[in-house]
Design a protein around this ligand. Sequence first.
Ligand code: NAD
Ligand code: ZN
Length: 341
Amino acid sequence: MRALVKTAPGPGLELTDVPIPEPGPSEVLIKVRLTGICGTDLHIDSWDRWAAATLTTPRIVGHEFCGDVVAVGEAVTEVSVGDFVSGEGHLVCGRCRNCMAGRRHLCANTRGIGVQVDGCFAEYLVMPAMNVWVHRIPVAPEVAAIFDPFGNAVHTALSFPCLGEDVLVTGAGPIGIMAAMVVRHAGARHVVVSDLSAERLELAGRLGATLTIDPRDTPIPQAAEQLGMKEGFDIGLEMSGAPVALRDMVDSMAHGGRIAMLGLPGEEISLDFSSVVLRMLTLKGIYGREMFETWYAMSVLVQAGLDISGVITHRFDHTDYEEAFATARGGHCGKIVMSWE
Ligand code: NAD
Ligand code: ZN
């Protein structure tokens, strides 16, 4: 089969032929339809410090996908040949205290597909049946292909009850935009989205933010004032990883405000914690998706009419992966999807 592989340490990827993987007793074989490109894939492609410290080669990359089950191991009972699926790319140990308590998203021994084990940028993928999400509620294939980052958005956006609340989202990447759509759908009042990219702000505005701002032109307190908010934001969703965005967010929260951080800071962030203490703020880190409560929420949100397909701005065939990666890297885009059919 064709697969996009990091064949050896160093920059670049290779579209090459590898054997079709065989499913073990509790695994399934999936014929991949569509895949999404994530920032992680760009780090692996460029082979930064994180990638060099984390990956061994050869490795098939990619973790956002949808596809059809074409074979199942003899111990698999809940997933059948013909099922249309997406997959939870975090493989957990099942034996640690958190796993045993059902808090699998908190497993300390998590391995990621496309990072520590082979991923989905390929014609076929093997995965534990446990990790497969069968789409029993109909969903468009493009949307199913990005259930993984949609799950990051849903996990973050639903961290705190948001009905009637004023929400600040810093970072209008695909995940920030989807998070804004989710809180809007869940009944938030004002949803202010900040970014430094005009294209991304335009997309966020079109898809549901009540106000979009470039914080270099419109400081966040000014945006709050513009909306008639007197006491600051109730909820903050940090989706950029930028130190200044977190600092500005902390300064813009109402007393008792709650912040969920998904954005991965590439550096240490210095913060005046007296502000956190005196205003009794909550800061919560978010990783991955809850297994499988977030997946349930995603399917139900889609069923209830939330349409996130607008966040996908570019589509490529896998043979044009170089152009697809270059477009993703350029940042003048929303989500990018590659076809493997
Ligand atoms: P992305 O890189 O496409 O989007 C980040 C956006 O933040 C960009 O549009 C950028 O212009 C914007 N930004 C930069 N500085 C800013 C500032 N000062 N104020 C406002 N916006 C600013 O990323 P994405 O795919 O949407 O993912 C969002 C973040 O979540 C990334 O940091 C990513 O690494 C992280 N992430 C975390 C998890 C997790 O499990 N915790 C999973 C996936 C992604
Ligand atoms: Zn575990």
